[in-house]
Design a protein around this ligand. Structure first.
Ligand code: R5P
Length: 287
């Protein structure tokens, strides 16, 4: 087996290769002066199992083209089986035509990613419930919930798990159960991609407590910023924000840290707080 790391995921891909005792190679990617991508795979993939790892942040459009060109090329070069691992799969949140004429990007992007096997981590499945609904070839997702739960159990004693919105229930509930509690799930109203309103309501007193906000993704950060402000007024002692995919668009990480919250994510996306390693989780699926 040969594991190939795309431009966004070389460290993670190297770790996955090490766990699988497989060969590792970087995907050679250059940008032409006009912005198009040049790609080169290792020359000897014929007859081999090829795994290409590339996450879709930053530069989701380039990352998508890297994935699309590389899996096709591996196939054309005679690889026995081509798998792609997309730790953070972008374009999934547009899963409904909210306004007439909008593109349903989730299934259109999935149609470009159809090697023999596609693996992703905690995809944004809200209005659709399985990747099977959008992928034509074999696609599977795994969750980092247990990895996050175990981290909290080990490092944040007595933490109260809070999901910032209804969609986060699937993460918050699972993680809370993993550490032996129930989660508090808040209600969110989204007005735009940068404006949300969240009402903090808790039957459990939060004053003096450690609260961990958990979600699949932190993007603009507003879903975290809103409850943090309210927790501070309520006298919460320690506030943590934890997510699988730390995208942190438009300076979100600094904005959250400025409010005094500590932030942690997995290494599905490279960022300064990606302390929780998911390479074992990925390697297990590829064995
Ligand atoms: C949406 O439902 C997701 O689970 C996240 O809550 C959301 O995408 C986070 O976005 P932002 O950080 O921009 O508020």
């Amino acid at each position: 087996m040969i594991v190939i790391g795309g431009s966004n995921s070389q460290d993670l891909a190297r770790k996955v290769a090490r766990k699988l005792k497989a060969n590792y190679r970087d995907l050679v990617v250059r940008k032409f002066p006009d912005g198009e991508l040049y790609l080169r795979l290792p020359p000897k993939v014929k007859g081999q199992r090829v795994v290409i790892v590339n996450t879709m942040h930053p530069n989701p459009n380039d990352a998508l083209i890297e994935l699309f060109l590389s899996w096709h090329t591996a196939k054309e070069m005679g690889a026995k089986k081509v798998s792609i691992v997309v730790p953070y799969m972008g374009y999934l949140r547009q899963d409904k035509r909210f306004h007439p004429g909008e593109s349903l990007s989730n299934h259109l992007v999935a149609s470009l990613l159809s090697p023999d096997f596609c693996l992703t981590l905690d995809p944004h499945l809200h209005r659709i419930h399985s990747l099977k609904e959008i992928f034509k070839t074999k696609a599977k997702h795994v969750t980092a919930n247990d990895v996050l739960g175990d981290y909290i159990k080990k490092n944040m004693k007595g933490a109260i798990i809070v999901g910032p919105d209804g969609e986060s229930f699937q993460w918050a509930d699972h993680i809370a159960k993993r550490i032996g509690h129930h989660a508090i799930v808040l209600k969110k109203k989204r007005f735009s991609s940068r404006k949300v309103k969240i009402v903090v309501h808790s039957d459990v007193p939060l004053e003096g407590k450690t609260v961990v906000l958990v979600d699949d993704i932190i993007s603009s950060g507003h879903t975290m910023l809103e409850p943090i402000k309210q927790f501070k007024k309520m006298g919460v002692k320690n506030i943590y924000c934890m997510c699988v995919h730390g995208v942190f668009a438009e300076g979100a990480l600094k904005k959250i840290q400025k409010l005094g919250a500590k932030v942690l994510s997995t290494n599905s996306v490279n960022n300064p707080v990606a302390k929780i390693d998911v390479s074992s989780l990925i390697a297990e699926q590829l064995r």
